[in-house]
Design a protein around this ligand. Sequence first.
Ligand SMILES: *Cc1c(COP(=O)(O)O)cnc(C)c1O
Length: 425
Amino acid sequence: MIYQRSSALFKEAKQYIPGGVNSPVRAFKAVGGDPIFVKEAKGAYLYDEDGNRLIDYISSWGPLILGHAHEPVISAVINKAKQGTSFGMPTEIETELAKLAVSMVPNIDKIRFVNSGTEACMSAVRLARGFTGKDKIIKFAGCYHGHSDSFLIQAGSGAVTFGSPNSPGVTQGTAKDTLLAQYNDIAGVRALAEANKGQIAAVIIEPVAGNMGCIIPTEDFINGLRELCTSENILLIFDEVMTGFRLAAGGAQEVLNVAADIVTFGKVIGGGLPVGAFAARSEIMDYLAPEGPVYQAGTLSGNPLAMSAGLAMLRELNNKPEIFTSLEEKTQYLHKGIAHVLKSKGVPHQINRFGSMVSVHFTDQPVIDFVSSAKGNNETFKKYFHGMLQQGIYLPPSAFESYFLNDALSYQDLDDTIAAVATIF
Ligand SMILES: *Cc1c(COP(=O)(O)O)cnc(C)c1O
Protein backbone atom coordinates (compact mmCIF):
# COMPACT_ATOMS: atom_id res chain seq x y z
CA MET A 1 0.00 0.00 0.00
CA ILE A 2 1.12 3.54 -0.68
CA TYR A 3 0.92 6.23 1.97
CA GLN A 4 2.26 9.14 -0.07
CA ARG A 5 -0.30 11.83 0.68
CA SER A 6 -0.17 10.98 4.41
CA SER A 7 3.58 11.60 4.36
CA ALA A 8 3.12 14.94 2.60
CA LEU A 9 0.44 16.01 5.08
CA PHE A 10 2.66 14.97 7.98
CA LYS A 11 5.50 17.07 6.62
CA GLU A 12 3.24 20.11 6.48
CA ALA A 13 1.72 19.44 9.92
CA LYS A 14 5.18 19.36 11.48
CA GLN A 15 5.72 22.97 10.47
CA TYR A 16 2.80 24.20 12.55
CA ILE A 17 2.14 21.56 15.21
CA PRO A 18 4.93 20.20 17.48
CA GLY A 19 5.90 16.83 15.98
CA GLY A 20 2.96 17.17 13.59
CA VAL A 21 0.48 15.66 16.05
CA ASN A 22 -1.72 16.67 18.95
CA SER A 23 -0.97 13.55 21.00
CA PRO A 24 2.52 11.97 20.86
CA VAL A 25 1.76 8.28 20.25
CA ARG A 26 0.12 9.19 16.92
CA ALA A 27 3.51 10.19 15.50
CA PHE A 28 4.84 6.59 15.03
CA LYS A 29 8.08 7.38 16.88
CA ALA A 30 8.22 3.92 18.44
CA VAL A 31 7.84 2.12 15.12
CA GLY A 32 9.42 4.59 12.71
CA GLY A 33 7.92 5.89 9.48
CA ASP A 34 5.24 8.50 8.93
CA PRO A 35 1.80 8.36 10.53
CA ILE A 36 -1.32 7.73 8.45
CA PHE A 37 -3.66 10.69 7.98
CA VAL A 38 -7.23 9.53 8.15
CA LYS A 39 -9.98 11.07 6.06
CA GLU A 40 -13.05 9.23 7.23
CA ALA A 41 -14.12 6.00 8.84
CA LYS A 42 -17.11 3.71 8.97
CA GLY A 43 -17.64 0.56 11.03
CA ALA A 44 -14.37 -1.36 11.36
CA TYR A 45 -12.61 0.54 8.57
CA LEU A 46 -10.49 3.64 8.31
CA TYR A 47 -10.15 5.36 4.93
CA ASP A 48 -6.97 7.38 4.68
CA GLU A 49 -5.93 10.37 2.58
CA ASP A 50 -4.31 8.10 -0.03
CA GLY A 51 -7.56 6.22 -0.55
CA ASN A 52 -6.45 3.07 1.33
CA ARG A 53 -8.87 1.10 3.44
CA LEU A 54 -7.51 -0.12 6.76
CA ILE A 55 -8.97 -2.55 9.29
CA ASP A 56 -8.86 -0.67 12.58
CA TYR A 57 -7.77 -2.30 15.85
CA ILE A 58 -7.46 0.92 17.85
CA SER A 59 -11.00 2.27 17.63
CA SER A 60 -9.75 5.78 18.48
CA TRP A 61 -7.84 4.22 21.44
CA GLY A 62 -10.99 2.66 22.85
CA PRO A 63 -14.06 4.90 22.58
CA LEU A 64 -15.55 3.46 19.40
CA ILE A 65 -16.50 0.09 20.80
CA LEU A 66 -19.31 -0.26 18.25
CA GLY A 67 -17.19 0.90 15.31
CA HIS A 68 -16.76 4.23 13.55
CA ALA A 69 -19.65 6.56 12.75
CA HIS A 70 -22.12 4.30 14.55
CA GLU A 71 -25.52 5.49 13.37
CA PRO A 72 -27.37 6.08 16.70
CA VAL A 73 -24.41 8.08 18.06
CA ILE A 74 -23.99 10.16 14.92
CA SER A 75 -27.67 11.06 14.60
CA ALA A 76 -27.88 11.95 18.31
CA VAL A 77 -24.99 14.40 17.86
CA ILE A 78 -26.38 15.91 14.65
CA ASN A 79 -29.81 16.45 16.17
CA LYS A 80 -28.35 17.96 19.31
CA ALA A 81 -26.03 20.31 17.40
CA LYS A 82 -29.02 21.93 15.71
CA GLN A 83 -30.25 23.05 19.13
CA GLY A 84 -27.03 24.81 20.09
CA THR A 85 -23.63 23.49 21.07
CA SER A 86 -22.91 24.90 24.53
CA PHE A 87 -24.80 26.91 27.12
CA GLY A 88 -22.77 27.01 30.34
CA MET A 89 -26.04 26.20 32.09
CA PRO A 90 -27.48 22.91 33.34
CA THR A 91 -29.25 20.69 30.80
CA GLU A 92 -31.49 17.67 31.30
CA ILE A 93 -29.30 15.38 29.20
CA GLU A 94 -26.50 15.59 31.80
CA THR A 95 -28.82 14.01 34.37
CA GLU A 96 -29.96 11.40 31.84
CA LEU A 97 -26.40 10.27 31.17
CA ALA A 98 -25.52 10.42 34.89
CA LYS A 99 -28.57 8.34 35.80
CA LEU A 100 -27.81 5.71 33.17
CA ALA A 101 -24.10 5.49 34.10
CA VAL A 102 -24.94 5.16 37.81
CA SER A 103 -27.44 2.38 37.01
CA MET A 104 -24.85 0.43 35.00
CA VAL A 105 -21.80 0.72 37.27
CA PRO A 106 -21.59 -0.85 40.74
CA ASN A 107 -20.68 1.10 43.90
CA ILE A 108 -21.33 4.61 42.61
CA ASP A 109 -24.15 7.01 43.56
CA LYS A 110 -23.05 10.19 41.80
CA ILE A 111 -20.90 11.13 38.83
CA ARG A 112 -19.25 14.36 37.66
CA PHE A 113 -18.53 14.91 33.96
CA VAL A 114 -15.31 16.47 32.68
CA ASN A 115 -13.69 16.64 29.22
CA SER A 116 -11.01 13.93 29.21
CA GLY A 117 -9.65 10.93 31.07
CA THR A 118 -6.72 13.04 32.24
CA GLU A 119 -9.05 15.51 33.86
CA ALA A 120 -11.07 12.71 35.45
CA CYS A 121 -8.02 11.09 37.09
CA MET A 122 -6.52 14.42 38.14
CA SER A 123 -9.79 15.44 39.79
CA ALA A 124 -10.30 12.03 41.40
CA VAL A 125 -6.93 12.33 43.12
CA ARG A 126 -7.69 15.83 44.35
CA LEU A 127 -11.00 14.60 45.71
CA ALA A 128 -9.31 11.65 47.44
CA ARG A 129 -6.76 13.98 49.02
CA GLY A 130 -9.43 16.42 50.14
CA PHE A 131 -11.65 13.68 51.49
CA THR A 132 -8.94 11.82 53.43
CA GLY A 133 -6.85 14.85 54.40
CA LYS A 134 -3.71 13.00 53.22
CA ASP A 135 -1.23 13.91 50.45
CA LYS A 136 0.49 10.88 48.96
CA ILE A 137 -0.73 8.51 46.29
CA ILE A 138 0.50 5.14 45.09
CA LYS A 139 0.58 4.42 41.36
CA PHE A 140 1.95 1.47 39.41
CA ALA A 141 4.83 1.47 36.95
CA GLY A 142 3.45 1.26 33.42
CA CYS A 143 -0.06 2.44 34.34
CA TYR A 144 -1.18 5.59 32.54
CA HIS A 145 -3.65 7.96 34.13
CA GLY A 146 -3.37 10.89 31.75
CA HIS A 147 -0.72 13.57 31.49
CA SER A 148 -1.28 15.53 34.69
CA ASP A 149 1.90 16.12 36.72
CA SER A 150 1.45 13.64 39.54
CA PHE A 151 0.97 10.73 37.11
CA LEU A 152 4.00 11.23 34.88
CA ILE A 153 6.09 8.89 36.93
CA GLN A 154 6.74 5.73 34.84
CA ALA A 155 3.53 6.34 33.00
CA GLY A 156 3.30 3.60 30.39
CA SER A 157 2.56 3.78 26.66
CA GLY A 158 3.25 7.24 25.22
CA ALA A 159 5.51 8.40 28.02
CA VAL A 160 7.53 5.19 28.06
CA THR A 161 7.68 4.94 24.29
CA PHE A 162 9.33 8.32 24.27
CA GLY A 163 11.83 7.41 26.97
CA SER A 164 10.65 10.16 29.29
CA PRO A 165 9.03 8.36 32.19
CA ASN A 166 9.65 11.47 34.26
CA SER A 167 8.83 14.46 32.09
CA PRO A 168 10.76 17.70 32.50
CA GLY A 169 8.33 20.24 33.90
CA VAL A 170 7.11 17.95 36.65
CA THR A 171 8.48 19.42 39.88
CA GLN A 172 10.29 17.44 42.55
CA GLY A 173 7.64 18.64 44.96
CA THR A 174 4.90 16.97 42.94
CA ALA A 175 6.91 13.83 42.20
CA LYS A 176 7.62 13.16 45.87
CA ASP A 177 3.95 12.68 46.63
CA THR A 178 3.62 9.91 44.01
CA LEU A 179 4.91 6.58 45.28
CA LEU A 180 5.67 3.95 42.68
CA ALA A 181 4.79 0.27 43.02
CA GLN A 182 4.99 -2.70 40.62
CA TYR A 183 1.85 -4.19 39.09
CA ASN A 184 0.89 -7.59 40.54
CA ASP A 185 3.25 -7.11 43.51
CA ILE A 186 1.04 -6.81 46.59
CA ALA A 187 3.96 -7.20 48.99
CA GLY A 188 5.58 -4.11 47.46
CA VAL A 189 2.41 -2.08 47.96
CA ARG A 190 2.11 -3.24 51.58
CA ALA A 191 5.71 -2.21 52.22
CA LEU A 192 5.08 1.26 50.74
CA ALA A 193 1.93 1.68 52.82
CA GLU A 194 3.82 0.65 55.95
CA ALA A 195 6.72 3.03 55.27
CA ASN A 196 4.27 5.91 54.67
CA LYS A 197 1.71 5.04 57.30
CA GLY A 198 -1.11 7.55 57.71
CA GLN A 199 0.07 9.60 54.69
CA ILE A 200 -1.51 7.85 51.72
CA ALA A 201 -4.74 9.26 50.33
CA ALA A 202 -5.25 6.88 47.43
CA VAL A 203 -4.01 3.97 45.39
CA ILE A 204 -4.77 4.53 41.70
CA ILE A 205 -4.67 1.62 39.28
CA GLU A 206 -5.81 0.45 35.87
CA PRO A 207 -7.76 -2.59 37.14
CA VAL A 208 -6.88 -4.34 33.87
CA ALA A 209 -3.90 -2.45 32.46
CA GLY A 210 -3.92 -1.36 28.83
CA ASN A 211 -0.99 1.03 28.67
CA MET A 212 1.90 -1.44 28.94
CA GLY A 213 0.17 -3.92 26.69
CA CYS A 214 -2.78 -5.70 28.24
CA ILE A 215 -1.85 -6.84 31.75
CA ILE A 216 -4.21 -8.85 33.90
CA PRO A 217 -4.20 -8.48 37.68
CA THR A 218 -3.91 -11.65 39.74
CA GLU A 219 -6.75 -12.26 42.18
CA ASP A 220 -4.41 -12.04 45.17
CA PHE A 221 -3.12 -8.71 43.95
CA ILE A 222 -6.41 -6.97 43.26
CA ASN A 223 -8.17 -8.39 46.34
CA GLY A 224 -5.09 -7.59 48.41
CA LEU A 225 -5.25 -3.97 47.28
CA ARG A 226 -8.90 -3.75 48.34
CA GLU A 227 -8.13 -5.19 51.79
CA LEU A 228 -5.10 -2.99 52.32
CA CYS A 229 -6.96 0.18 51.32
CA THR A 230 -9.87 -0.63 53.61
CA SER A 231 -7.65 -1.37 56.59
CA GLU A 232 -5.41 1.70 56.08
CA ASN A 233 -8.23 4.15 55.30
CA ILE A 234 -6.87 4.66 51.77
CA LEU A 235 -9.24 5.25 48.85
CA LEU A 236 -8.92 2.75 46.01
CA ILE A 237 -9.27 4.53 42.67
CA PHE A 238 -10.02 2.35 39.67
CA ASP A 239 -8.98 4.17 36.53
CA GLU A 240 -11.60 2.70 34.21
CA VAL A 241 -11.00 5.21 31.42
CA MET A 242 -10.13 2.21 29.23
CA THR A 243 -12.03 -0.64 30.88
CA GLY A 244 -15.24 1.23 31.78
CA PHE A 245 -18.18 0.20 29.57
CA ARG A 246 -15.73 -1.99 27.61
CA LEU A 247 -15.13 -5.09 29.73
CA ALA A 248 -18.78 -5.15 30.83
CA ALA A 249 -21.62 -2.69 31.48
CA GLY A 250 -20.20 -2.32 34.99
CA GLY A 251 -16.57 -2.30 33.85
CA ALA A 252 -13.70 -4.00 35.67
CA GLN A 253 -15.41 -3.69 39.05
CA GLU A 254 -18.09 -6.01 37.73
CA VAL A 255 -15.87 -8.59 36.02
CA LEU A 256 -13.24 -8.69 38.78
CA ASN A 257 -15.87 -8.47 41.51
CA VAL A 258 -13.88 -5.88 43.43
CA ALA A 259 -15.36 -2.60 44.67
CA ALA A 260 -13.49 0.65 44.12
CA ASP A 261 -14.01 3.82 46.17
CA ILE A 262 -13.66 6.21 43.21
CA VAL A 263 -13.96 5.23 39.55
CA THR A 264 -12.76 7.31 36.59
CA PHE A 265 -14.10 7.11 33.06
CA GLY A 266 -13.30 8.41 29.60
CA LYS A 267 -13.22 6.98 26.09
CA VAL A 268 -16.41 4.82 25.69
CA ILE A 269 -18.47 7.08 27.98
CA GLY A 270 -18.10 9.86 25.40
CA GLY A 271 -18.94 7.74 22.36
CA GLY A 272 -16.07 9.41 20.46
CA LEU A 273 -16.59 12.95 21.76
CA PRO A 274 -14.44 14.48 24.52
CA VAL A 275 -15.91 13.22 27.80
CA GLY A 276 -14.34 12.06 31.03
CA ALA A 277 -16.03 11.42 34.36
CA PHE A 278 -15.36 10.41 37.93
CA ALA A 279 -17.80 8.78 40.28
CA ALA A 280 -18.11 7.44 43.81
CA ARG A 281 -20.60 6.95 46.61
CA SER A 282 -22.45 10.12 47.73
CA GLU A 283 -20.40 10.58 50.88
CA ILE A 284 -17.28 11.10 48.74
CA MET A 285 -18.85 12.93 45.79
CA ASP A 286 -20.59 15.44 48.05
CA TYR A 287 -17.14 16.60 49.06
CA LEU A 288 -16.94 18.34 45.67
CA ALA A 289 -17.84 21.98 44.99
CA PRO A 290 -20.44 23.43 45.09
CA GLU A 291 -21.66 20.95 47.75
CA GLY A 292 -18.28 20.50 49.44
CA PRO A 293 -14.85 22.14 49.70
CA VAL A 294 -12.89 20.37 46.92
CA TYR A 295 -12.87 22.62 43.86
CA GLN A 296 -13.36 21.31 40.33
CA ALA A 297 -15.01 23.00 37.33
CA GLY A 298 -15.20 23.19 33.54
CA THR A 299 -16.65 25.61 30.96
CA LEU A 300 -17.47 22.80 28.53
CA SER A 301 -18.08 20.04 31.10
CA GLY A 302 -21.37 18.26 30.44
CA ASN A 303 -21.37 19.72 26.93
CA PRO A 304 -24.63 18.79 25.18
CA LEU A 305 -23.02 17.30 22.06
CA ALA A 306 -20.66 15.20 24.15
CA MET A 307 -23.49 14.11 26.46
CA SER A 308 -25.69 13.13 23.52
CA ALA A 309 -22.93 10.95 22.05
CA GLY A 310 -22.27 9.34 25.44
CA LEU A 311 -25.95 8.76 26.09
CA ALA A 312 -26.53 7.13 22.69
CA MET A 313 -23.48 4.91 23.25
CA LEU A 314 -24.37 3.81 26.78
CA ARG A 315 -27.98 3.14 25.76
CA GLU A 316 -26.76 0.80 23.04
CA LEU A 317 -24.53 -1.06 25.49
CA ASN A 318 -27.19 -1.15 28.19
CA ASN A 319 -29.90 -2.41 25.83
CA LYS A 320 -27.69 -4.97 24.10
CA PRO A 321 -25.44 -6.57 26.72
CA GLU A 322 -24.72 -9.37 24.21
CA ILE A 323 -22.30 -6.90 22.59
CA PHE A 324 -19.78 -7.62 25.35
CA THR A 325 -19.97 -11.38 24.70
CA SER A 326 -19.74 -10.89 20.95
CA LEU A 327 -16.67 -8.68 21.34
CA GLU A 328 -15.01 -11.10 23.72
CA GLU A 329 -15.61 -13.99 21.29
CA LYS A 330 -14.11 -12.02 18.42
CA THR A 331 -11.08 -11.08 20.49
CA GLN A 332 -10.59 -14.68 21.57
CA TYR A 333 -10.82 -15.78 17.93
CA LEU A 334 -8.15 -13.26 16.93
CA HIS A 335 -5.99 -14.28 19.89
CA LYS A 336 -6.13 -17.97 18.95
CA GLY A 337 -5.56 -17.27 15.27
CA ILE A 338 -2.49 -15.09 15.81
CA ALA A 339 -1.09 -17.44 18.46
CA HIS A 340 -1.46 -20.38 16.07
CA VAL A 341 0.43 -18.56 13.30
CA LEU A 342 3.24 -17.31 15.55
CA LYS A 343 3.65 -20.74 17.11
CA SER A 344 3.78 -22.51 13.75
CA LYS A 345 6.45 -20.06 12.59
CA GLY A 346 8.46 -20.46 15.79
CA VAL A 347 8.23 -16.80 16.80
CA PRO A 348 8.63 -16.40 20.60
CA HIS A 349 5.57 -14.56 21.87
CA GLN A 350 3.04 -14.02 24.65
CA ILE A 351 -0.50 -12.90 24.00
CA ASN A 352 -2.37 -11.28 26.88
CA ARG A 353 -6.10 -10.85 26.60
CA PHE A 354 -8.98 -9.74 28.79
CA GLY A 355 -12.40 -9.21 27.20
CA SER A 356 -11.89 -7.08 24.10
CA MET A 357 -8.38 -5.96 25.06
CA VAL A 358 -5.47 -7.96 23.67
CA SER A 359 -1.74 -7.46 23.14
CA VAL A 360 1.00 -9.43 21.39
CA HIS A 361 4.41 -9.38 23.10
CA PHE A 362 7.49 -10.73 21.37
CA THR A 363 9.08 -12.44 24.37
CA ASP A 364 9.06 -15.97 25.75
CA GLN A 365 8.52 -14.81 29.36
CA PRO A 366 5.08 -14.15 30.89
CA VAL A 367 4.14 -10.45 30.75
CA ILE A 368 2.75 -9.49 34.14
CA ASP A 369 4.08 -5.99 34.83
CA PHE A 370 6.00 -3.12 33.28
CA VAL A 371 9.43 -4.76 33.54
CA SER A 372 8.33 -7.93 31.77
CA SER A 373 6.41 -5.93 29.16
CA ALA A 374 9.53 -3.87 28.39
CA LYS A 375 11.46 -7.09 27.63
CA GLY A 376 9.52 -7.57 24.38
CA ASN A 377 11.66 -7.45 21.24
CA ASN A 378 10.95 -4.05 19.68
CA GLU A 379 12.65 -4.88 16.35
CA THR A 380 10.28 -7.80 15.88
CA PHE A 381 7.38 -5.57 16.91
CA LYS A 382 8.32 -2.96 14.28
CA LYS A 383 8.54 -5.62 11.56
CA TYR A 384 5.15 -6.92 12.63
CA PHE A 385 3.55 -3.47 12.82
CA HIS A 386 4.80 -2.31 9.41
CA GLY A 387 4.12 -5.69 7.83
CA MET A 388 0.52 -5.44 8.95
CA LEU A 389 0.21 -1.81 7.88
CA GLN A 390 1.42 -2.72 4.40
CA GLN A 391 -1.50 -5.13 4.23
CA GLY A 392 -4.04 -2.56 5.38
CA ILE A 393 -4.25 -3.53 9.04
CA TYR A 394 -3.92 -0.76 11.57
CA LEU A 395 -2.48 -1.87 14.92
CA PRO A 396 -1.43 0.38 17.80
CA PRO A 397 1.93 1.92 16.81
CA SER A 398 3.64 0.94 20.07
CA ALA A 399 4.42 -2.36 21.75
CA PHE A 400 3.14 -0.86 25.00
CA GLU A 401 -0.44 -0.53 23.78
CA SER A 402 -3.32 -2.94 23.89
CA TYR A 403 -5.57 -3.41 20.85
CA PHE A 404 -9.16 -2.28 21.41
CA LEU A 405 -11.53 -4.25 19.28
CA ASN A 406 -14.82 -2.89 18.05
CA ASP A 407 -17.93 -4.89 17.38
CA ALA A 408 -18.11 -3.79 13.74
CA LEU A 409 -15.21 -6.16 12.98
CA SER A 410 -16.41 -9.19 11.04
CA TYR A 411 -14.98 -12.70 11.21
CA GLN A 412 -13.77 -12.12 7.65
CA ASP A 413 -11.77 -9.11 8.93
CA LEU A 414 -10.31 -11.27 11.68
CA ASP A 415 -9.40 -14.03 9.21
CA ASP A 416 -7.78 -11.47 6.91
CA THR A 417 -5.80 -10.16 9.88
CA ILE A 418 -4.61 -13.62 10.91
CA ALA A 419 -3.66 -14.39 7.30
CA ALA A 420 -1.67 -11.15 7.16
CA VAL A 421 0.38 -12.20 10.21
CA ALA A 422 1.32 -15.41 8.40
CA THR A 423 2.93 -13.49 5.52
CA ILE A 424 5.26 -11.52 7.83
CA PHE A 425 7.14 -14.30 9.64
C1 LIG B 1 -6.56 7.16 27.82
C2 LIG B 1 -6.37 6.97 29.27
C3 LIG B 1 -6.33 8.07 30.15
C4 LIG B 1 -6.30 9.50 29.67
O1 LIG B 1 -7.45 9.86 29.01
P1 LIG B 1 -7.39 11.14 28.00
O2 LIG B 1 -8.81 11.27 27.57
O3 LIG B 1 -6.45 10.75 26.92
O4 LIG B 1 -6.92 12.29 28.78
C5 LIG B 1 -6.29 7.82 31.50
N1 LIG B 1 -6.29 6.57 31.98
C6 LIG B 1 -6.31 5.48 31.17
C7 LIG B 1 -6.33 4.12 31.76
C8 LIG B 1 -6.34 5.65 29.79
O5 LIG B 1 -6.30 4.58 29.00
